[in-house]
Design a binder for this molecule. Structure first.
Ligand SMILES: CC(=O)CC(=O)SCCNC(=O)CCNC(=O)[C@H](O)C(C)(C)COP(=O)(O)OP(=O)(O)OC[C@H]1O[C@@H](n2cnc3c(N)ncnc32)[C@H](O)[C@@H]1OP(=O)(O)O
Ligand SMILES: NC(=O)C1=CN([C@@H]2O[C@H](COP(=O)(O)OP(=O)(O)OC[C@H]3O[C@@H](n4cnc5c(N)ncnc54)[C@H](OP(=O)(O)O)[C@@H]3O)[C@@H](O)[C@H]2O)C=CC1
Length: 293
């Protein structure tokens, strides 16, 4: 990928970074951004959520200290670069923003409309959406050329990949800056074009959905389905355990976006997935999904 010569200079000017949503993804993104030396402002709807996000980061960093991979001073320095807020207006000062709120289209649209009024016109507004087309989100703003997908993988501090997605109107400059920012975070970017689910979830989520169909139709028990994929295909986790890690609400939202976007029945969400989400079984994040935590 060709990087325009001025990108290095623009990148150096990015010193502060805003993250919206302090959940499992937002907290992970805030952690890697702060670890790369950026000043981070992490926002969520209330202080319980921001405190929970900071708690996740503290626990992750402490684990690295305990393993001798980070010094206590480095841990303190990273935490010292992270501020929290419950007001989107506090993102007015940051140089780059990533949105990682819940996977709901209307909610993300509202956030982007507000960000467009809060952030100076030159600021790139990225989204960590798992599946919602970037062009649709960009169209909510007066700066679609500065809207891009920056899709981290879970758990963010561990996974090397960031899928970078261009909307139809995303500029080359926005793309190059985002691409280089991934390197600065110690990640490897891969480029995807703007279709529902992009590359990662176009491939991963139908596999997870099919595993749920196997459970639903009694082809196998949860443990056996996961064992087949772990030991038979060398996947680090079975698909049902992975669904629990991702969040069953997020898995359902992604399947709905694929199904609505392509109007192809192969993407229909398994009724069992819907039933679990409706019953409030969301996976690891609230203690019950295909497994109990
Ligand atoms: C839905 C989307 O839009 C996109 C997505 O993200 S899809 C999901 C993509 N993610 C995956 O597929 C994850 C698949 N699973 C795995 O890769 C591994 O099971 C795993 C990395 C999660 C855990 O690995 P493991 O070897 O089983 O466990 P473990 O030895 O405890 O952990 C390995 C390392 O990860 C770290 N780790 C594990 N879970 C972590 C977490 N939640 N947060 C931070 N670090 C974590 C551990 O501390 C450990 O670090 P060190 O190497 O520094 O010691
Ligand atoms: N889970 C995964 O494996 C992956 C998820 N993603 C994507 O990342 C995004 C976040 O997912 P994830 O972190 O798992 O979800 P979580 O549910 O863990 O976190 C989402 C956070 O956003 C908060 N939130 C809700 N509404 C707003 C708002 N208006 N403004 C700011 N924050 C808000 C939620 O608060 P509250 O809890 O009060 O609702 C919660 O703290 C989604 O778009 C998802 O698709 C991308 C890659 C992987």
């Amino acid at each position: 990928m060709q990087t325009p010569q001025n990108i290095g200079g623009v990148l150096m000017e990015i010193k502060s970074f805003g993250v919206i949503g302090a959940g499992q993804m937002g907290s992970g993104i805030a952690q890697v951004a702060a670890a790369s030396g950026l000043q981070v402002v992490m926002s969520d709807i209330n202080s319980d959520c921001t405190a929970r996000g900071v708690g996740i980061i503290e626990k992750n960093l402490q684990r690295s200290v305990d393993k001798g991979k980070l010094t206590d001073a480095e841990r303190q320095a990273i935490l010292g670069r992270i501020k929290t807020t419950t007001k989107l207006a506090d993102l007015a000062e940051v140089d780059y923003v990533v949105e990682a709120a819940v996977e709901m289209e209307e909610l993300k649209f509202g956030i982007f409309r507000e960000l467009d009024t809060v952030c100076p016109p030159g600021v790139i507004l990225a989204t960590n959406t798992s599946s919602i087309p970037i062009g649709r989100i960009g169209a909510q703003t007066g700066r679609p050329e500065k809207v891009i997908g920056m899709h981290f993988m879970n758990p963010v501090p561990v996974m090397k990949l960031v899928e970078v997605i261009r909307g139809l109107r995303t500029s080359d400059e926005t793309f190059s800056i985002t691409w280089e920012l991934c390197h600065r975070f110690g990640k490897t970017p891969a480029e995807a074009n703007d279709f529902p689910g992009f590359i990662a979830n176009r491939i991963l989520m139908p596999m997870i959905n099919e595993a749920i169909f196997c459970l639903y139709q009694g082809v196998g028990k949860a443990e056996d389905i996961d064992t087949v994929m772990k030991l038979g295909m060398n996947h680090p986790m079975g698909p049902l355990a992975l669904a629990d890690l991702i969040g069953l609400d997020t898995c359902l939202a992604i399947m709905e976006t694929l199904y609505d976007g392509f109007k192809d029945s192969k993407y229909r969400p398994c009724p069992l997935l819907r039933k679990y989400v409706e019953a409030g079984w969301l996976g690891r994040k609230n203690g019950r999904g295909f497994y109990q935590y």
